[in-house]
Design a protein around this ligand. Sequence first.
Ligand code: ARG
Length: 323
Amino acid sequence: MVIFLKACSQESAHLDVIGGEPAAAPPFFVALHEPGESSPFCGGTLIGKNLAVTAAHCVSNASGPIEVWLGVSDLKNRPEPIRVEAVRVHPQYHNRRFQHDVALLFLERDNGNETAAMSVKGRAEEPLHLLGFGNTSRKGHTYPDQIQSAYVNEVPAYECEALGGPYKFVIGQQICASAPLSDSCDGDSGGPLLLQGQLYGIVSWGTGCGDPTQPGVYTRAASYREWIETERNARLPIEELAYAVFYYPLVHDGRQFTAGYHLWKEEALPSQEEALEAWTRSYRGQEYVLRLLKVGPQRYRFEFRADGKVFSTPAPYSKIGPG
Ligand code: ARG
């Protein structure tokens, strides 16, 4: 993910030049990573108490827990990681057209870091500021230790749409932006595109990196202000609660269990079976019980209880990994 700042050399196409500059991360810059990893897979922005925003595509296929570093500038000098308690992907996120590519991360804490304001501007008349740890090479892969910063300009929607191909699906809730020498790139996704220091866009996609005729596409932050407001106060839907609860280490018989939140069946089912193990987790002031049931040899099923209802993994789930 990242910001790919790439400057292309006019005359030697094989020579990659880096268009970005090393920078200092603002305190609201969020770097998403897997526990134990030393480099991030996406960026994000702290926008409220214990609340960060990122791209849906960064987290929609998560197969395990996610942690973040706040305000990290240098990956050789990382702050204490913070656990993501729950993820809320925008319900209209389209995983091929990348529309509504936005998700919220509910964090265990935020260290009191300064948050970013959301821009209300509908059009950027001045350069937009990108930040990220994404690929800095136009061809190949170079991931920097130091956060990179670059500037791009908004491309009018009609011009962007006229490029055709995937750009046909760019909607008003998105922003196209490019610059002769700079672009975002893989690894920058989810990270901020700032207008006057406020969150204006979220890195989403592009065709290749660093070709000024192929703008980067960003989720328009201002279009999701209402959705974010609703979600920040809402009780999380059951699937996300299950996800939150589930990704805490669950150990039975010395073995650790993992599974994806997408396995949860939405409708409630009754259950009389005896649990092998039950874990209680408290989340946002409420207690939830997760039970492990054995349904056959090497076959297990999880059950999640909240609000007097029972939710369950749809099929016997047997993936039990060591550690
Ligand atoms: N999809 C990329 C990511 O996941 C971001 C790509 C942005 N590309 C571009 N040319 N602006 O990190």
